[in-house]
Design a protein around this ligand. Structure first.
Ligand code: MSP
Length: 476
């Protein structure tokens, strides 16, 4: 068996509609991590995909006048294209209608049954279709789902239950021992609090949902879409012939689905005696004009439109720059436009452009072969610090630090006035431009996982010394 690959996952997104900027956020973050780890010599397996079963998808398909599978088939290319537009270099794209996956899900349920972790019981509760879950009365806001603002409907049925309550202590010790890291810390505390308050067993089958994987041994029910979906991370090994990825190293998601990933998911794995993921990170939610953005509310930003306008890199940059990963924040096209102009075009882009132009104009000899940075340059952002920041998911801070380097280098130019040095101090001129050139190389290296295309263009310009605007003016 070859060496363990670094396994990074995003959630598999519901395919009831086209991808929106919230999906793009998690996927871009995963791509940045994946590119960074690859640059450090790791073999990375980066998985994303779509969640195709459940009533939410069946309903959307019905509205579109299509069969669920046919409907999903029509949307898969929309996800793949959006990720291509955003330069997401995933390893594989998962679909839960994959027959191998379906078989593994069934086998997993049978195994859990044999192990005595599944029981049949009657259940009555309030069900939110958009969430695909039962809501507890104290979760409701004015009688409505807090996430979707819609009234849940009362559902009563006989279901198969997974005996989650048996896993409280085991979960707590795994979390406390750090075998299973839940990040950020505040989220971990939330999860620990919930476990300590007591876990109820969870229903893992549905009587009324036809569009799903049949429940083994009882064809009148389908497997709850969330169980089907979580198992994708595991079945990917078989589906994509990967024998060296388990366990996942980093699983990303937003806080909305932390419960499933931080409690149900590890409990399922424990029941099956399988190694747990190492780290899961629940980031915050994008709001739009202060409101939660969701397909159900219809206030979504289309990543493709943004990419068309600003280019993939500027969108990637703006998403991760706007607020700390882990906190909530507001996003808008105006905010992206502002970052594009002030930070990318006027700061980084301008620095590159004016530096190369001056090197050419004043015929300054730059030592391009230097592999090592001078102490002065590297001290602005040493690789150890960068690695620590990225491994701690501090994307906003990293981008801010990179921007500071650009601002600093621009200041060096302002203060030393190469246009005057060109007249009377060639030696100093060379020194100043060499130093700015090095800062550009450092910026180039550090932005590369975030803005891969820009990094490539920048690198080329630094080699050929042929200037070309990195961030052209945006047509309004
Ligand atoms: N299908 C389930 C996930 C199953 S994973 C085994 C699901 N799908 S979803 O389409 O609703 O995607 C939820 C995820 O999309 C969030 O956890 C987050 O990664 C991303 N986001 C969706 N909307 C978002 C925002 N408004 N803001 C930030 N991230 C958002 O849940």
């Amino acid at each position: 068996m070859s060496q363990k690959k670094l396994y990074i996952t995003t959630p598999i997104y519901y395919i009831n509609d086209v991808p929106h900027i919230g999906h793009a956020y998690t996927t871009v973050a995963a791509d940045v991590l994946s590119r960074y780890y690859k640059s450090q010599g790791e073999d990375v397996f980066f998985l994303t995909g779509v969640d195709e079963h459940g009533s939410k998808i069946a309903e959307a398909a019905k509205k579109a006048g299509k069969k669920p599978k046919e409907f999903a088939d029509s949307l898969v290319p929309r996800f793949q294209q959006a990720w291509k537009n955003l330069n997401i270099d995933y390893s594989e794209f998962f679909r839960t209608t994959n027959p191998e996956h379906e078989k593994i899900v069934k086998d997993t349920i049978s195994k859990l049954k044999d192990l005595g972790f599944i029981e049949k019981r009657k259940y009555t509760g309030l069900y939110c279709i958009a969430c695909e879950k039962f809501l507890l009365p104290d979760e409701l806001v004015d009688g409505c789902c807090p996430d979707h603002g819609t009234k849940p409907t009362e559902h009563s049925e006989e279901n198969y239950f997974f005996l989650l309550s048996k896993f409280s202590d085991k979960l707590l010790s795994a979390i406390e021992a750090g075998n299973y890291q839940i990040l950020p810390e505040s989220r971990k505390n939330e999860v620990v609090g919930k476990i300590k308050a007591g876990l109820d067993d969870v229903s893992i089958s549905r009587q009324k949902v036809e569009w799903g994987i049949p429940f083994p041994g009882d064809e009148t029910q389908t497997i709850y879409v969330w169980i089907d979906a979580l198992i994708n991370y595991w079945s990917a090994q078989e589906v994509f012939n990967q024998d060296n990825i388990w366990p996942p190293d980093i699983q990303l998601m937003a806080k909305d689905i932390l419960w499933f990933h931080a409690i149900i998911w590890p409990a399922l794995l424990m029941a099956l005696s399988l190694p747990l993921p190492k780290k899961i990170f629940a980031h915050g939610f994008f709001t739009f004009g202060g409101q939660k953005m969701s397909k159900t509310r219809g206030n979504v930003l289309d990543p493709n439109v943004l990419v068309e306008k600003f280019g993939a890199d500027a969108v990637r940059y703006s998403l991760l720059r706007e607020f700390p990963f882990g906190e909530d924040g507001d996003i808008s096209e105006e905010k992206i436009a502002g970052r594009y102009q002030n930070e990318l075009a006027n700061n980084i882009g301008n620095l590159l452009n004016r530096t190369i132009s001056m090197i050419n104009k004043y015929q300054v000899k730059i030592d391009q072969s230097r592999k090592e940075y001078s102490d002065e340059t590297i001290s602005r952002y040493p690789i150890a610090e960068f690695s620590k920041d990225i491994e701690n998911f501090q994307f906003d801070k990293i981008l801010q630090k990179i921007l500071f380097i650009a601002e600093f280098a621009n200041r060096i130019i302002e203060e030393n006035k190469p246009w005057e040095l060109a007249k009377n101090n060639k030696e100093k001129l060379e020194e100043v431009l060499q130093s700015v050139y090095e800062f550009l190389k450092l910026i180039n290296e550090r932005i590369s996982p975030f803005m891969p295309v820009t990094a490539k263009k920048m690198k080329k310009q630094l080699e050929t010394l042929e200037p070309e605007p990195l961030f052209p003016r945006i047509e309004k």
